[in-house]
Design a binder for this molecule. Structure first.
Ligand code: DAH
Length: 350
């Protein structure tokens, strides 16, 4: 092997030992740099006679090309290796199945509330919401509930800060305060008309929401839902209550052979008052009477507290339990299941 071939060999070996691009550039300098071995050989040409210069020059050039080819090949090899490392690190397994996001759904009681709103909405009822922290006035007094009424006892009610010492604020025990709140706003809106002796547009509203009582067993939870209904006008009677509520129950339970019973009862804010029971004619609950709401003709004192003259305005109200309706519709036997947040239970309603 001549001296130039040996030089190309040495360069190739040196390049092969370079593990990083920086190593490789250092190795290159030794052969092709300013004082590299090829460069030195080129410099040596100057001293040679013309003929020899030609042949020697051509040979050195050939060697230089050899070194450059080895350098390019090694550069490529190092770049390829780096790419392989990167590809491996960023490898994507495209055959993995995608991650499924579980889809959420509405809570069964929310489904019921939506249904109640849709049905009463179709009968021309507005939907109103009110505060869960109530004053004594709206929760009791305005609803004709005397001070010694059992519903007012510490035992039954969550009293909270605020209000006065004799009339503290509380978590509303029912949605009935919304009767007064809504009616007062309605009357205010039509005040000019009413004062001028005109006929006020009827009040027709439902008010669903959370309510609270100190109660906890399979059919009672300290937080539960109610939905109030109120229809007040000049000529709204108990007959209208029967028609509206019967229609509602049949639509809600999708059953025409559902029977309703208006059982005489007592509520301070209605007179007469009735408990509404339903009876399914078929299915697992067939034959049993199940209570679904309290109701009655709005008491004159309550009409007065709405800002209306009970001689001219009359109507009915009801308060039902959406939790109870949900239990009946889906045949659930423990109310607490609704509020435990157990997905095994809740996901059955999606
Ligand atoms: N507020 C009553 C309760 O919680 C239910 C009720 C009864 C509401 C009669 C009414 C009604 O509007 O007229 O027990």
């Amino acid at each position: 092997m001549n001296e130039l071939d040996a030089l190309v060999d040495a360069a190739t070996t040196s390049f092969a030992q370079a593990v990083t691009p920086a190593d490789l550039e250092n190795a290159k300098a030794q052969f092709l740099g300013k004082s590299g071995r090829i460069t030195e050989l080129m410099k040596g040409l100057a001293a040679l006679p013309v003929e020899e210069k030609k042949t020697r020059g051509a040979a050195i050039n050939l060697a230089k090309q050899g070194v450059e080819a080895a350098l390019t090949a090694r550069r490529q090899a190092l770049a390829d290796a780096e790419l392989q490392v990167q590809l491996k690190a960023e490898a994507l397994d495209v055959s993995l199945p995608g991650r499924q996001r579980p889809t959420g759904g509405l809570h069964p009681v929310s489904l019921t509330l939506e249904r109640i709103e849709a049905i009463f909405g179709s009968m021309g009822f507005d939907v109103a919401e009110g505060p869960e922290i109530e004053t004594d006035w709206f929760n009791f007094t305005a609803l004709n509930t005397p001070e010694d009424h059992p519903a007012r006892s510490m035992h039954d009610t969550f009293y909270v800060e605020g209000g006065t010492e004799t009339a503290p604020n509380l978590l509303r025990t029912h949605t009935s305060p919304m009767q007064i709140r809504y009616a007062v706003q309605h009357v205010k809106k039509h005040k000019v008309l009413i004062t001028a002796g005109g006929v006020m547009p009827e009040i027709r509203v439902i008010a669903p929401g959370r309510t609270y009582r100190v109660d906890s067993d399979a059919t009672h939870s300290p937080m539960f839902h109610q939905c109030e209904g109120l229809w007040v006008g000049q000529n709204v009677s108990f007959k209208d209550l029967k028609v509206v509520f019967t229609d509602f129950c049949r639509t809600f339970f999708e059953s025409d052979d559902l029977v309703l019973r208006f059982r005489p009862s007592f509520f301070p804010f209605t007179e007469p008052s009735a408990e509404i029971d339903i009876q399914f004619q078929a299915g697992p609950l067939a034959g049993r009477w199940l209570e679904v709401a309290g109701s009655g003709q709005v008491h004159p004192n309550v009409v007065r507290n709405m800002g209306l003259d009970p001689e001219h305005y009359i109507g009915f109200a009801f308060g039902m339990g959406p939790d109870r309706l949900t239990m009946l519709r889906y045949d659930v036997n423990d109310l607490r299941l609704f509020f435990d947040g157990d997905l095994r239970f809740l996901s059955q309603f999606q």
